[in-house]
Design a protein. Structure first.
Length: 267
């Protein structure tokens, strides 16, 4: 099954709902705050700064950006009509934030029209990240800032012992819902190839020991396995119940490193 995040609108409606809920749950999860705040704090934002969040999903991170920088003009661009509709509904109270439907590899924006461009967990879901980043760099002004934050899915884990069923869920998630689990190790060579100067390359571990922040790994993989006829709904329900049991009794251990790269377009 292809990564449903590469073309969200072609996924079954119930899968789109799972993805939308997962994105909102993750954006609100306290374990993501140090990662997102880490790059937002590093940005130099003044009145009228144009910030473009490409692959904005339901806008969970985009709303955080618009809230933190009320004097900036924030635009979320997202190829999925379904996710964009949700993003617009959820952002109605933020006057400095707007959304439009668009493909990051073919943007409508003119050259050098943005000061900051953000790609938050997008590139691991696209087939040719270099083409997309090149297009994003086109709309950045000289001296503008590119932020790429993505998960190193090659190291994702949720197993407490070998053969742990929740560990199998993570493997099923990565093989079905991530296009390139090894993307993060390719980012610095990509920046060199595109002529960008890397100011920062940091790795922070996201460890989920409580709450529903990593339930997406179980929900999305179970839904795929059920639709493929590999498992039945009773096992999918049991896997979700097991996740919740661990979250409640303190034995949950979700682990995922996040890489943040901040680069500058040469003047
Ligand atoms: C894991 S989601 C992340 C969404 C959002 N950035 C967040 O962190 O909540 C990946 C997003 O990338 C989007 N995406 C996939 N291909 C894209 C492309 N070619 N251009 C822009 N966005 C794309 C998907 O539609 C999806 O919303």
């Amino acid at each position: 099954m292809p990564d449903p995040f590469t073309d969200v609108d072609t996924a079954p409606p119930e899968m789109i709902e799972i993805m939308a809920t997962a994105l909102e749950t993750r954006a609100a999860d306290p374990s993501m705050s140090p990662i997102v705040d880490g790059y937002l704090d590093a940005l130099d934002i003044s009145d009228g700064t144009v910030i473009v969040d490409i692959g904005a999903g339901t806008g969970g991170v985009t709303r955080q950006i618009a809230t933190l920088f009320p004097a900036a003009s924030v635009l979320g661009i997202e190829p999925s009509v379904a996710l964009t509709q949700k993003a617009v509904e959820l952002a109605s109270s933020l006057p400095n934030l707007s959304f439009s439907v668009g493909d990051g590899a073919q943007l409508d924006q003119s050259d050098a029209s943005a000061d900051v461009a953000i790609l938050h967990t997008v590139l691991s879901h696209v087939h040719d990240p270099t083409i997309l980043v090149n297009e994003v760099v086109r709309i950045l002004r000289p001296g503008g800032t590119l932020v790429i934050c993505d998960a190193d899915f090659s190291k994702a884990a949720m197993a407490n012992v070998p053969g742990d069923p929740l560990g199998a869920c993570v493997e099923a998630f990565v093989s079905r819902a991530v296009t390139d689990p090894w993307l993060t190790g390719k980012l610095r060579p990509m920046m060199r190839k595109l002529g960008l100067e890397v100011d920062r390359f940091t790795i922070q571990n996201r460890v989920v020991t409580e709450g529903l922040g990593s339930l997406v790994w179980v929900r999305m993989s179970s839904a795929s396995l059920v639709s493929e006829g590999v498992i039945g709904q009773p096992l999918a329900d049991a896997l979700e119940a097991e996740y919740i049991r661990r979250a409640e009794d303190g034995s949950l251990y979700g682990f995922l490193p996040f890489v943040t790269l901040i680069a500058r377009k040469p003047e």
